[in-house]
Write a protein that binds this ligand. Sequence first.
Ligand code: FES
Length: 61
Amino acid sequence: MITMPKVEIVANENGPNLVMVDGKAVAALCRCGHSKSKPNCDGSHRTSGFTSPRAVVNVLT
Ligand code: FES
């Protein structure tokens, strides 16, 4: 039997969108707009004043 991985997008409070596969973060994507290495988060959200609530989206696989 093949089991599909559990994939979620977790919008961290005041931080990046984390792509989670089976509970492990495999990518951190910028959502503040200040990263110098988009689409990846480079930590700039910490000094940019970006604020946003946490949210979780389950991805159907
Ligand atoms: S969310 Fe981290 S640099 Fe934009």
